[in-house]
Design a binder for this molecule. Structure first.
Ligand code: CO
Length: 213
């Protein structure tokens, strides 16, 4: 039987298991956070950033939304990215999609999902941009998987077009923006090898003139 109390019981058990290994874990972490990574992932319950990367609380700053969409008018996402880049000084930003993503599948269908349609239109636009490439694929499964990957790649491209990230690149090649995809079927992450870490990685239309400081 499922009950909300199981979450609280789970919490107590988790605290005990952590303290068994490191008695001062919580006291140490309560002082401050120094995450080196920002994770932008899907809200899907099967893709929790910390567990699937084998890391502990304190390692990853996280933003999640339906289908890990990177949209530059999303002030929630941008505020998280700004804080992570400017204040926490994260070294890496990972945009991680996952095969079988319900949001991507919904965007590929012609079904209306009511209020969510507006959000899914971001993915429909990725599909529209890359329709020719998707049409070359033989099966629906291949097209779905490819759109998951393209959605991540477009996310990397969109984040590269953020002026305050380009400002950081003037000072060094951080943060590096990575595009990954997680497989629900075997738990493994694939690096799409589309890492962006320099102004030259940005398409000309989105490259800003950054003043030397
Ligand atoms: Co998803």
């Amino acid at each position: 039987m499922s009950d909300i109390i199981e979450l609280l019981d789970g919490n107590r058990n988790w605290v005990r298991s952590i303290k068994d290994i490191n008695p001062s874990f919580f006291e140490d972490l309560a002082v401050q956070q120094h995450p080196e990574y920002l994770w932008i992932g899907c809200s899907d319950s099967r893709v929790p950033a910390t567990q699937i990367t084998g890391t502990v609380p304190g390692a990853i700053f996280v933003h999640r939304n339906i289908a890990n969409v990177v949209q530059l008018t999303d002030y929630n996402m941008l505020s998280v990215v700004y804080y992570a880049v400017k204040n926490l000084k994260v070294k890496h930003i990972v945009i991680c999609g996952h095969y079988g993503c319900g949001g991507v599948l919904a965007a590929m269908s012609s079904k209306s999902f009511g209020f969510i349609d507006g959000w899914l239109s971001n993915i429909k636009n990725v599909q529209r941009l890359h329709q020719d490439q998707l049409d070359t694929l033989a099966t629906q499964q291949e097209r779905e998987d490819k759109l998951v990957e393209l959605n991540v790649m477009e996310g990397v491209r969109a984040l590269s077009a953020v002026s305050f990230i380009q400002e950081e690149w003037k000072l060094g090649n951080f943060p590096k923006i990575h595009g990954w995809v997680y497989s629900l079927k075997n738990g493994l992450i694939t690096d799409l090898k589309v890492t962006a870490d320099c102004p030259e990685c940005v398409v000309p239309q989105f490259r800003y003139e950054i003043d030397e400081k």
